[in-house]
Design a protein around this ligand. Structure first.
Ligand code: HMG
Ligand code: MG
Length: 308
């Protein structure tokens, strides 16, 4: 198989499940991750090593990582907010860790009980120790377009946080449209502000689809040279500390759009639909993904949809 053009990180088990009201069994999480591992996505963000008081849904992080069937070549990652989280992530043998902060002081405080500057200082030993352990490190910047409390965020302020994370040694900068407000012009402004700060090949876009603009923004990002995207199988997701946030761009929709346009992702829509069906059953409800509702075109409209 030719190397995929676009790299997909499946964030459903983390971003998707952290925001669910009902308790999801560890068995259901492991089954979801195992299906996603076989979908062809480059990376699966499995869970978070955060305080169980803050995010009870992911309290079984270590058990999930211990029980999944790891597929060679797939990167298994987890969020860590501090050194305690890193210790647990290392013990659970993750391949990669993600530190997370924001471009909004108010959101940052509500999400991790610290200022932006304090998070950067908190991450200094986390990133250094993760790199010493030869782990890849991602740095998330939430509220990259707008904050649920402060409103619009200046692209320059986002780029300042990206620079701070990059200076710490983060390999990758992940720009989060946490509450899904972006339109393509916002993507242009955001990426313009990152010129000379972080190269496009080190940026990942993390788009929530709250207002139906997620795929448009992903496409605009692609046109601007971005080749790494987060997405959530079934379109589930949202941050418990970001009121009004809903799910990420659905992975199967993103993969469908890219593959039908001749842009290889390595992922298979049919495998993603199986994973979506499994987690829909566990959650006991229909998922936001339109593709999960409609299914693949039958009979096939032509042979050009690779990856199905
Ligand atoms: P704090 O209360 O200030 O921390 O929380 P603390 O150091 O005072 O510790 C409080 C308690 O938590 C202590 O336990 C610690 O041991 C424990 P106690 O003595 O009370 O029993 N603790 C931990 N336990 C497990 N793992 C840890 C850990 N650290 C401390 N790593 C803290 C600070 C950062 C811990 C807390 O605010 C927290 O866990 N926040 C997580 C919030 C979160 O996960 N939000 C969702 C992810 S971000 C997101 O969704 C956005 C994203 O998708 C991108 C986008 O869309 O924009 C990434
Ligand atoms: Mg998110």
């Amino acid at each position: 198989m030719t190397n995929p053009t676009v790299r997909i990180t499946e964030v459903g088990p983390r971003d998707g499940l952290q925001n669910e009201k009902a308790t999801i069994s560890t068995d259901a999480k492991v089954a979801y991750v195992d299906r996603l591992s076989r979908s062809g996505c480059a990376e699966v963000e499995v869970t978070s090593f955060v305080s169980p008081k803050w995010v009870p849904q992911l309290a079984d992080a270590a058990e999930v990582l211990a029980r999944i069937a790891r597929v060679p070549g797939v990167v298994y990652s987890a969020l860590v907010p501090n050194e305690k989280g890193l210790d647990a992530a290392l013990a659970a043998r993750v391949d990669k860790v993600s530190v997370f902060t924001a471009a909004s002081e108010t959101f940052c405080r509500r999400n991790v009980n610290a200022s932006i500057a304090e998070t950067i200082e908190r991450f200094r030993p986390v990133v250094a120790r993760a790199k010493a352990a030869r782990l890849a490190v991602r740095g998330y910047v939430s509220c990259a377009v707008a904050c649920p409390f402060e409103g619009p965020i200046q692209p320059r302020a986002v780029a300042d946080v990206s620079r701070a994370l990059s200076d710490l040694g983060c390999d990758e900068i992940d720009l989060g449209d946490t509450i899904g407000v972006a339109a393509p012009a916002d993507i242009d402004r955001l990426l313009d502000a990152h010129e000379g700060v972080v190269a496009p090949d080190r940026i990942t876009m993390h788009l929530h689809d709250t207002r139906g603009t997620g795929l448009l923004c992903a496409w605009r990002s692609y046109e601007r040279g971005i080749r790494s995207f987060d997405a959530s199988c079934g379109g589930i997701g949202g941050c418990p500390y970001a009121p009004g946030a809903s799910g990420n761009v659905a992975t199967e929709e993103l993969v469908y759009a890219f593959e039908r346009s001749g842009i290889a992702t390595g992922a298979r829509v049919s495998a993603l639909l199986e994973a979506a069906a499994g987690i829909a059953e566990a959650l006991g409800r229909a998922l936001p993904s339109k593709l999960a509702k409609a299914g693949l075109p039958r009979p096939s409209i032509d042979g050009s949809c690779q990856g199905t």
